[in-house]
Ligand binder design. Structure first.
Ligand code: NAD
Ligand code: TYD
Length: 352
C-alpha cells in the first residue's frame, strides 16, 4: 500500500511525510510543484529512502495526477498543496485561485476517475483527506465562542476565500459522487521548515540578523497556535478514525495576541542566543501598517476531534516555542538558503 501526498515539500507537508515514514508507515508518493514555498531541502533527511517517491508537478495537471494514481494505486490522498500566505494573496490573488480552487478541482476529478476503477474493498478503504484552515470561518470578536465545525463560512482574504471554495468542492464530491472525503480545518501552525514569510519564523530570523520585528497594526490580533507535529498527528488520527464526509477542526487551545507571541519568542532568544550588545531582542519590535482586512481573532473549538477521534496535542505552547527557536538556531544553513534570491524581493515589496 501507498499514500499519495500533494504539497509534501512545503512546511506542513514535509513535516507530515517525515513523521509518517519515521513511524514506519507505508510508502509515500509526494507530488509538489516546488513553488517558492516548496523546498527539496526540507526532505533531505529522506534522501535514498526507497519509501519516498518525489514527483515535481502541479495538482492542476489532471493527466499527470491520473497517471500517478493509476501507477501507485494509493489507499489515501492527502491534499496539502496550496498557496498559503495571506499577504501574498493580497498582492497577487490569481495563483491562489488557480492552485487552491482549480487545482483542488483537478485533483478531485483525477481521484474520482481512479475511485471509479476500484473494487469494493479498495473503495471502502480509500480516503481523500483535504487539509484546510480555520481562516475560512472569518474573524471572531473577543467574546465570540471559538470556531466549531458548524460555524458559518465567512472568509475575508483571497487566501481564505480560495480555501473555502476548495472545502466546498471537497464536500460536494462526497455528496454528489460518494467520494470518501474528510476535511480538517486547523489553526496557525509553527515549527521546523516554516518559510520565514510567516510570523514566527520571520520574527526569529529578523531578530537574529538585527532587523526590525514588524508588528501589524496594534499587535492585538489573536491567533491560536499549534505545533506542526501536533497538526500532523491529528491528520494521521483523522485519516484512521475520522468519519466519512465529516469536518474536524484542529487547534491547541493556545490563543495569543501577536504582540505576546513576539515577546515570548524574544524572551527565548534572549537566553538561547543573547544579542552581542546584551540588549533585549524586544527592542527590535516595530509597529508597521496593518494588513488590509486583517482578521482580529481566530480560536478553535477542538472538542469534536478530541471526543470522536481521540486526538490531543503533545506540545505545550512553551515546549513548542522552545523547540522551534532551537530548530531555527540549529539550522541556519537552511534559513540562509531560503532567505536568498526571490525572498528578498518579497521582503522589499511587503515591508518597505
Ligand atoms: P506552504 O506554502 O509551506 O507549502 C505549500 C506546498 O504546496 C509547497 O511545497 C508548494 O510548492 C506546493 N504547491 C503549491 N502549489 C502547488 C500546485 N499547484 N501543485 C503542487 N504543489 C503545489 O504551506 P503550508 O503552511 O505547509 O500549508 C499546507 C496546507 O495546510 C495548505 O493547504 C494550507 O492551506 C493548510 N494550512 C496551513 C496552516 C499554516 O499555519 N501554515 C494552517 C492550517 C492549514
Ligand atoms: P501569518 O503568519 O501570516 O499567518 P495568518 O495571517 O495566516 O494568520 O500571520 C500571523 C499573524 O501575525 C497575523 O495576525 C498577521 C501578523 N503578522 C505581523 O504582525 N507581522 C508580520 O510581519 C507578519 C508576517 C504577520
Amino acid at each position: 500500500m501507498t499514500i499519495f501526498v500533494t504539497g509534501g515539500a512545503g512546511f506542513i507537508g514535509a513535516n507530515f511525510v517525515i513523521d509518517w515514514l519515521a513511524a514506519g508507515h507505508e510508502p509515500v508518493v509526494n507530488l509538489d510543484k516546488l513553488t517558492y514555498a516548496g523546498n527539496l531541502e526540507n526532505l533531505v533527511s529522506l534522501k535514498g529512502n526507497k519509501k519516498h517517491v518525489f514527483v515535481q508537478g502541479d495538482i492542476c495537471d489532471q493527466g499527470l495526477v491520473e497517471k500517478l494514481l493509476a501507477e501507485h494505486q494509493p489507499r489515501a490522498v492527502i491534499n496539502f498543496a496550496a498557496e498559503s500566505h495571506v499577504d501574498r494573496s493580497i498582492h497577487a490573488p490569481e495563483d491562489f485561485i488557480q492552485t487552491n480552487i482549480v487545482g483542488t478541482f483537478r485533483l478531485l476529478e483525477a481521484v474520482r476517475a481512479q475511485f471509479a476503477k476500484m473494487n469494493d474493498a479498495q473503495k471502502s478503504a480509500f480516503r481523500f483527506l483535504h487539509v484546510s484552515t480555520d481562516e475560512v470561518y472569518g474573524s471572531l470578536s473577543l467574546t465570540d465562542p471559538a470556531f466549531a465545525e458548524t460555524k458559518r463560512y465567512e472568509p475575508n482574504s483571497p487566501y481564505s476565500a480560495s480555501k473555502a471554495a476548495s472545502d466546498h468542492l471537497v464536500r460536494a464530491y462526497h455528496h454528489t459522487y460518494g467520494l470518501p472525503v474528510v476535511t480538517t480545518n486547523c489553526s496557525n501552525n509553527y515549527g521546523p521548515y516554516q518559510f520565514p514569510e510567516k510570523l514566527i519564523p520571520l520574527i526569529i530570523h529578523n531578530a537574529l540578523v538585527g532587523k526590525p520585528l514588524p508588528i501589524y497594526g496594534d499587535g492585538q490580533q489573536i491567533r491560536d497556535w499549534l505545533y506542526v507535529g501536533d497538526h500532523c498527528s491529528a491528520i494521521r488520527a483523522v485519516l484512521e478514525r475520522g468519519r466519512l464526509g465529516e469536518v474536524y477542526n484542529i487547534g491547541g487551545d493556545n490563543e495569543r495576541a501577536n504582540l505576546d507571541t513576539v515577546k515570548a519568542l524574544c524572551a527565548i532568544l534572549d537566553i538561547a542566543r543573547p544579542r552581542s550588545d546584551c540588549k533585549a531582542y524586544a527592542d527590535q519590535m516595530t509597529f508597521v501598517n496593518d494588513r488590509p482586512g486583517h482578521d482580529r481573532r481566530y480560536a478553535i473549538d477542538a472538542r469534536k476531534i478530541i471526543a470522536e477521534v481521540g486526538w490531543r496535542p503533545a506540545e505545550t505552547p512553551e515546549s513548542g516555542f522552545h523547540k522551534t527557536v532551537k530548530w531555527y538556531l540549529d539550522n541556519d544553513a537552511w534559513v540562509k538558503n531560503v532567505t536568498s534570491g526571490t525572498y528578498r524581493n518579497w521582503v522589499a515589496q511587503q515591508y518597505q
